[in-house]
Design a protein around this ligand. Structure first.
Ligand code: ADE
Ligand code: ZN
Length: 357
């Protein structure tokens, strides 16, 4: 739990936030996982095979001992097998939005992994139908706006990404705004961005937004290849950018948004502690970045916990936080009108907390 002093915690809680790096399947908590497994009659791995599946508490404890991205992904893909109906996806999304709203999120752009569902017989339209229903409820109940980002699993054959992309196209999901953009996730090392060049080129030509996980476990060349070959507009994680000074300056100049996930990077051992992340370096170099939770049910915290962890390690000023908040809004994929409203909220917050400067 967060160790922030009460006033600092309130200051960060009230800061109007955008979240850009949240895998909706990664918000499936062990308790919901066990409940849905029962309701949907899904067998979890036997405890002879893996004793972590003995109870939600045992699973929570296992999540504290991930040794790598792939170690985490093994659990992530097993867990999501309990999601079957549209209403499961709707509840998952609505519960995430409810939590995000409590943490001061006003706009969220969330990833989903259609191939992980279609490959086990759950239709693409079931997944998206449920998520959209959750988005609509959250906007109605909390005024929280959101977008969907369709992610391709980079460890699966490129043909599978192509057919998923075509299915979303055929349903008009890109042209009607149901899905705002594409992303690339799952095991990074050995699956470089250029494998997906064609699908990214097609998306760019059709004016579809593009992002990709790069420089999480992979080195800085994964970032440059995502930008140069796949023409991504955003970089998810991107912590290895610090290993190439020219690339870092280019990202700063181009105002490319980097979506940092501090608690995730510690849990997956990309760094040993939050203080090792390039937060100060990004601020000093003018890199636009947001702070995000990635897979909050697995990594020990939602977005506010990530903000608090950054504050504990870097002791940022009001000016620094305002820069982060404004960059998060400007790097979002919402329209100019919505950006203006969000920027005004940040101005009002800065005025209310001016004694923190
Ligand atoms: N899928 C869910 N979380 C992920 C992460 N941190 N990196 C890559 N793929 C993911
Ligand atoms: Zn991620």
């Amino acid at each position: 739990m967060c160790k922030c002093e009460a006033r600092t915690h309130q200051f960060l809680l009230e800061l109007p936030k955008c979240e850009h790096h949240l895998h909706i399947e990664g918000s499936l908590s062990p308790s919901l996982l066990f409940r849905l497994a029962k309701t949907n009659n899904i067998a979890l791995p036997s405890t002879e095979k893996d004793e972590s599946f003995a109870s939600p508490e045992a699973l929570e404890a296992r999540y504290e001992r991930f040794v790598s991205l792939n170690d985490f992904l093994d659990y992530y893909f097993i867990a999501m097998s309990v999601l079957i109906t549209s209403s499961d996806f709707e509840s998952l999304a609505y519960e995430y939005f409810t939590r995000a709203h409590k943490d001061g999120v006003h706009h969220a752009e969330i990833f989903f992994d259609p191939q992980a569902h279609t490959s086990r017989g759950v239709a693409y339209s079931t997944v998206v139908g449920g998520l959209v229903a959750g988005q609509e409820r959250a906007e109605r109940d909390y005024g929280l706006t959101s977008k969907l980002i369709l992610c391709f699993l980079r460890n699966l054959p490129v043909e599978s990404a192509d057919s998923t992309y075509k299915e979303a196209h055929a349903l008009g999901h890109f042209s009607n705004g149901t899905v705002a953009g594409i992303g690339l996730d799952s095991s990074e090392v050995g699956f470089p961005p250029e494998l997906f060049r064609e699908v990214y080129e097609s998306a760019a030509a059709a004016g579809i937004r593009r992002t990709a996980h790069a420089g999480e476990e992979g080195d800085h060349t994964y970032v440059s290849r995502a930008l140069d070959i796949c023409k991504t507009e955003r970089i998810d994680h991107g912590i290895r950018l610090v290993d190439d000074e020219a690339l870092l300056k280019r990202v700063a100049n181009d105002k490319t948004l980097v979506t940092l996930c501090p608690l995730s990077n510690v849990r997956l051992r990309c760094v040993t502690k939050v203080a090792e992340l390039p937060v100060r370096k990004f601020l000093d170099e003018g890199v636009r970045f947001s702070i995000n939770s990635d897979d909050p049910a697995y990594f020990g915290g939602y977005i506010l916990d990530n903000y608090c962890a950054v504050q504990e390690s870097f002791n940022l000023s009001l000016k620094d936080w305002k820069f982060i908040a404004e960059g998060s809004i400007e790097g979002s994929w919402c329209n100019e009108g919505r950006k203006k409203v969000l920027l005004e909220k940040v101005e009002a917050w800065a005025l209310a907390w001016k004694e923190m400067s």
